[in-house]
Design a protein around this ligand. Structure first.
Ligand SMILES: NC(=O)c1ccc[n+]([C@@H]2O[C@H](COP(=O)([O-])OP(=O)(O)OC[C@H]3O[C@@H](n4cnc5c(N)ncnc54)[C@H](OP(=O)(O)O)[C@@H]3O)[C@@H](O)[C@H]2O)c1
Length: 241
């Protein structure tokens, strides 16, 4: 049995990934606040900006699995949010905390739990972290998002060096999906230029049909996972790969 556990499988990139792996006969479990309709994978409802809900959700996902029958297991840290878009000095402090919790703390907590739960498995074990060009390019108005994605990339490299010490370690990679036609891009395009200086660029990408579809990104991620050719700790950009 091949398993995929993914956060944020209710919409956008996460939903497309969950559907792709389901079509490849994986057992798929998604964790998000709402459920995608008319899909046939398991969906656990949880607010991943709450640490207690997060831990409960991942335990519930593993409770439903018989680890003895697993031939591969992939965990995708996908759920994320841009949060409030504005320059520092104009942000709500509690909202900063919530987005760092969702985008950075939760992926670390879930990676910790995933590694713990799968520690005795000798099958293929993979964590895929969904990163962004914003991990390395500073965008005015996106300080929380940029910082959280930079953290995701360093977390990826650190897990890889730790797990490389083990004979049955987890492979951990990060993937920048490019600019993808999802709700997150709608939020970006709807931000006033006074709060987000680069908004015009994202409006033009949409007008020029230059966004990837979530399905295209999901197919590429599935291929990368199935081919299993990347080194542990690799960070790749789908636009260049
Ligand atoms: N779209 C792009 O151009 C782009 C580019 C680079 C990177 N990314 C990354 O791709 C990932 C997916 O984004 P997307 O573009 O597909 O956006 P999206 O359509 O807005 O999807 C976000 C997903 O995250 C889930 N989520 C958000 N807050 C949550 C919470 N508090 N608890 C549980 N789940 C939560 C949402 O589910 P619920 O609302 O049901 O909870 C949804 O399934 C993100 O990590 C994003 O940073 C996107």
């Amino acid at each position: 049995m091949n398993i995929l556990i993914i956060t944020g499988g209710s919409s956008g990139i996460g939903k497309a990934i969950a559907q792709k792996y389901t079509s490849e006969n994986y057992t798929v479990i998604s964790i998000s606040r709402s459920k995608a309709l008319t899909v046939n994978y398991q969906q656990i409802i949880a607010d991943l900006s709450s640490i207690s809900n997060t831990i409960e959700a991942i335990h519930s996902a593993f409770d439903n699995l018989n680890l003895e029958t697993i031939s591969s297991i992939t965990f995708v840290n996908n759920a994320g949010s841009l949060g409030e878009v504005n320059t520092l000095g104009n942000l709500d402090s509690k909202k900063i905390q919530d987005i760092i919790q969702l985008n950075t703390t939760t992926p670390l907590v879930l990676a910790n739990e995933f590694i713990r739960f799968t520690k005795n498995l000798t099958c293929k074990k993979q964590i895929i972290n969904i990163s962004s060009g914003a991990a390395v390019n500073p965008y005015q108005g996106w300080s929380i998002y940029c910082a959280s994605k930079a953290a995701i990339e360093m977390m990826t490299k650190t897990i890889a060096t730790e797990q490389n010490e083990l004979s049955n370690g987890v492979k951990c990679i990060a993937i920048k999906p490019g600019v993808v036609d999802t709700n997150m891009q709608i939020q970006i395009r709807n931000t006033p230029q006074s709060d987000f200086k680069d908004v015009k660029r994202f409006v033009e990408l949409k007008e020029n049909n230059e966004l990837y579809s979530p399905e295209f990104v999901a197919n590429r991620i599935y291929q990368i996972d199935a081919q299993n050719q990347l080194e542990n700790g690799a960070i790749i950009d789908i636009r260049k790969f």
